[in-house]
Design a protein around this ligand. Structure first.
Ligand code: SDX
Length: 394
């Protein structure tokens, strides 16, 4: 029975594993990080607080959180020679191409942590990667828009630093909007981990070979990029632009139901959730207030998304298949309101998911029974047969 999952210490041949980090109940729409409900963390915690929770297993006390914040802040800079790396990208390179390439290249700079059997080296690598993702993202954004790179300012919060590296310019003062800072910090929390999704499984499988953490996280970026996974937030905005008006929604609902039509409702459906994705519930709830506070309250694409959801969830095709909005359906509406272009949405997903990838990578390597992952297959090819010389082939 191929549906039967077995756990084995390495990376089970069926692709499952055992983990203490994140719990999902897909039927009930429940998501817990180390036992804490996502709703409570999204409302009360900061992203770095959640990052430390995922890595260390418990909510930090004041001293522990300050120490973690300092450890991350200490590593926000990247080697200046990386600027040359960015100059090699074409001006219209997709930012996920830049992120995936540059994150993987970090292994060329950090030989001091090459021995990842040492837990201290794993933790130092974790701090470096979490700290440098926004700096690399900011550089990719500035390369995209043709503006000078902005270095991290360590007096700013993690998310404030990210906004500053995206939007500050030498020619004018840039003031961080606290509404934008809080909205983005909450979105990073909502994306921080999600059990064994495709990109996390990729990080685990790559990491199980003993490769360096920068390469493993780069493989996670590559997997996340796909439109069926983290690339869906960008695809949702493209879909809403294509649909254009509420009047056109029924036509696209029919396209999504047509098996002969490759069109899918982006931001709808999930491998695990057969109920409303709790992250989508939170984002949908905060959308209006964030957009109002940012002065773009009457965003027609938000209204279109809400009507699209209503019409889809009144249609038997979606109800019978338990297809609900997922985390990607509304997140792009807020990213856009923050002034972020849709090509960059998945980069923000990657920044949010990094602590989850890291925590899962560390959990796997700290398991003394851990072995290289080696999923197997069900062979359906030709039975054994002998070679036929060329002159005797038809
Ligand atoms: C993420 O795994 C994670 O945890 C991922 C993630 C995370 O945090 O890491 O949550 C992030 O990746 C969210 C998903 C983002 N992707 C999208 O929004 C892309 C659109 N969604 C679909 O491509 C799809 O729903 C998937 C990829 C998410 C899931 O694909 P499955 O496993 O094939 O979906 P399913 O088995 O539930 O499908 C059941 C039926 C099928 O039709 P039938 O064969 O039964 O007739 O529903 C259909 C599917 O064709 N279906 C859709 C649909 N999604 C599934 N039909 C129309 N539109 C859709 N979006």
């Amino acid at each position: 029975d191929l549906g039967y999952f077995t756990y084995d210490p390495g990376y089970s041949t069926s692709g499952s594993c055992q983990s203490d980090i994140t719990y999902i109940d897909g039927d009930q729409g429940v998501l817990l990080y180390r036992g804490y409900p996502i709703e409570q963390l999204a409302e009360h915690a900061s992203f770095l607080e959640v990052a430390r929770l995922l890595i260390h297993g418990d909510l930090p006390n004041k001293n522990e959180l300050e120490a973690f914040d300092q450890a991350i802040t200490h590593h926000t800079m990247v080697n200046e020679s990386l600027r040359i790396f960015f100059n090699g990208f074409h001006y219209n390179a997709h930012p996920m191409a830049m992120l995936t390439g540059v994150v993987g290249s970090l292994s060329a700079f950090y030989h001091d942590t090459i021995d990842i059997t040492d837990p201290e080296n794993r933790l130092l690598s974790a701090h470096r990667i979490i700290a440098k993702m926004p700096t690399i993202a900011g550089a990719a954004f500035k390369h995209m828009v043709g503006e000078p790179f902005v270095h991290p300012l360590n007096r700013l919060s993690y998310t404030g630093n990210l906004l500053n590296m995206l939007f500050a310019r030498p020619s004018e003062d840039y003031e961080i909007n606290p509404v934008a800072e809080r909205a983005l910090d909450q979105l990073l929390i909502l994306h921080a981990d999600h059990e064994q999704n495709a990109s996390t499984s990729t990080v685990r499988l790559a990491g199980s070979t003993g490769t360096n953490p920068f390469a493993a996280i780069s493989s996670g970026c590559a997997a996340l990029w796909g439109p069926a996974h983290g690339g869906a937030n960008e695809a949702v905005l493209r879909m809403l632009s294509e649909i254009g008006t509420v009047e056109a929604v029924p036509k696209y609902i029919e396209k999504a139901k047509d098996k002969n039509d490759p069109f899918r409702l982006m931001g709808f459906g999930h491998r695990v959730y057969k109920n409303y994705d709790p992250r989508a519930t939170i984002i949908r709830k905060t959308c209006h207030e964030v957009l109002d506070e940012l002065g773009v309250g009457n965003d027609p694409q938000l209204e279109l998304a809400i009507r699209l959801e209503e019409i889809a969830l009144a249609d038997d095709y979606f109800v019978e298949r338990k297809l609900y909005p997922n985390v990607d359906f509304y997140s792009g509406i807020i990213y856009r309101a923050l002034g972020i272009p849709k090509e960059f949405f998945t980069v923000l997903f990657a920044i949010g998911r990094t602590p989850g990838w890291i925590a899962q990578w560390m959990e796997m390597l700290s398991d003394p029974e851990q072995r290289i992952g080696r999923p197997r297959q069900l062979y359906t090819g030709a039975a054994r047969r002998d070679y036929v010389p060329l002159h005797r082939r038809g």
